[in-house]
Design a protein around this ligand. Structure first.
Ligand SMILES: *[C@@H]1O[C@H](CO)[C@@H](O)[C@H](O)[C@H]1NC(C)=O
Length: 186
């Protein structure tokens, strides 16, 4: 009887893992910070990929509080299906979106699940009430992407995201993230 319980437990665990595991693996290829047009208010130049697994590590700085009225973020996505650097614009772009909305929608889905507040980052947990996005220098320690909450359908190959921060309609800096997306080998 006890054995049956253990077996059931193992089965449930297995099913759970299968349901959560994406059919793809995402690895960091490159991080490339860029400056703003005249002012740079976000700095990602201390963020690096480290080790064989290319984990994210380092720190980033927001030079002032970023209010929802003034600050916006846009994300342009490009895909190179063969990984040969021949990039095509994807249709899933994020147009300039007020910064707090952007963090609530995209940071919460794509980045926050990979972080453990107080352990792998000191950036505050973003929820419904997070606004403005607070000034500060924040660390990220040895983080790999957790893709559990990512969409099931993503293009394979190389994907480049150009994340631009805007204030008063001007580009105030950002980050280009290049990742490789491959089928999971089972
Ligand atoms: C990782 O980042 C921290 C700062 O957040 C830094 O002190 C440490 O040296 C970095 N590690 C490597 C291997 O670059």
């Amino acid at each position: 009887m006890k054995c049956a319980w253990v077996l059931l437990f193992v089965l449930v665990e297995l099913l759970h893992q299968m349901a959560c595991e994406q059919s793809y693996v995402v690895s960091n290829e490159k991080l490339e910070p860029f400056d703003g047009e005249s002012d740079t208010l976000v700095r990602f130049d201390s963020l690096k990929t480290i080790g064989r697994e290319r984990a994210l590590n380092g720190s980033f700085t927001f030079l002032g509080d970023m209010s929802n009225d003034d600050f916006k973020v846009s994300v342009e996505l490009y895909s190179s299906p063969n990984g040969d650097g021949d990039f095509k614009r994807m249709v899933m772009d994020v147009p300039q979106t007020s910064i707090c909305e952007c963090f609530k929608k995209f940071y919460v889905q794509f980045v926050q699940p990979s972080l453990k507040q107080g352990e792998t980052t000191n950036f505050p947990i973003v929820d419904e009430d997070t606004c403005p996005i607070p000034e500060g220098t924040y660390y990220i320690k040895n983080v790999l992407f957790n893709t559990e909450d990512w969409p099931q359908q993503v293009p394979r190959g190389i994907v480049k995201a150009i994340i631009t921060f805007w204030s008063g309609g001007k580009n105030v800096g950002g980050l280009i993230v290049v990742v490789k997306i491959e089928d999971r080998q089972s």
